[in-house]
Design a protein around this ligand. Structure first.
Ligand code: MN
Length: 259
């Protein structure tokens, strides 16, 4: 084994590098993104037992599962949005695998979100964060810690008569991250990468529209972002290799320097 990989394996074994799982468990009550009735919605996650060491299969246990590509902790590929449909290698099976791995910059807005469920991250907020921590690097993951992943039941979607109330990106923040910082993509703890009220923004769903329009990725329904340092970790987020896939549930792992 090469030195660098041997050192990495040794560091993982000794705790010098910790693995933090940023993934929510897929369950039949995993919340799915709510859409107005005129649009087709996604299947929830379902699990169907095939056999469990019984007369259906005496020595083996296995299940069928079904869900939409955008269920639970999942990856959004550029082809997911009409603005990203014409890029080359924009689907889960064709994205170059190197692109799934990158440094993570974790912006903590949990305090703001506790005061205002509709909090939007602005470019000014990000630039203040950069003064305190570090300038966001090109080809990095920008993860927004909101502590939304700690919410249970109805509090997670936080639906009202006028739609969902959950945090997201100000429309001005997405071009800033996509163009001026040229990031790989964003990751959030909410059910999707856009704010709950983003259907009414200009443009509508700015994170999907502008991030995928810039050939960037999204990660939704992350958790454990409170266990990451602001800078210095590496995130691996490789979706299932679904042919022509617009996204998929996935396991998102962060490599974090130990104590
Ligand atoms: Mn999605």
């Amino acid at each position: 084994m090469s030195n660098i990989l041997g050192e990495l394996m040794g560091a993982i074994a000794s705790g010098g590098v910790r693995i933090v799982d940023l993934t929510q468990t897929l369950d039949t009550d995993t919340p799915i993104i709510p859409l107005p009735e005129e649009w087709a919605g996604t299947k929830p996650f379902t699990l169907e037992e095939i056999s469990r060491y019984d007369d259906r299969g005496p020595a083996w246990y296995w299940n069928n599962f079904a869900c939409g590509e955008h269920t639970g902790t999942h990856f959004d590929a550029p082809v997911h949005w009409v603005t990203g449909k014409d890029y080359e290698n924009n689907t889960t099976d064709t994205i170059e695998p190197e692109r799934f791995i990158g440094p993570a910059f974790v912006i903590d807005v949990a305090g703001k979100v506790a005061e205002d469920s509709d909090f939007l991250l602005t470019p000014e907020y990000v630039q203040e964060w950069e003064k305190e921590h570090a300038r966001i690097e090109a080809d990095s993951w920008v993860l927004v810690r909101t502590d939304w992943g700690l919410r249970k039941g109805d509090d997670y979607l936080n639906l009202s008569e006028d739609g969902a109330h959950s945090p997201g990106f100000h429309p001005d923040c997405v071009p800033f991250l996509a163009q001026e910082r040229d990031i790989k993509g964003v990751g959030v703890e909410t059910v999707g990468t856009d704010a709950g009220q983003a259907f009414g923004f200009e443009p509508a769903f700015p994170c999907h529209t502008l991030m995928h329009g810039a050939n960037k990725f999204g990660l939704a329904s992350l958790t454990n972002l409170d266990k990451l340092p602001p800078t210095g970790s590496v995130v691996i987020a490789a979706p299932l290799k679904i042919i022509g896939g617009s996204g998929s549930p996935l396991r998102v792992l962060a490599l974090v320097p130990g104590a």
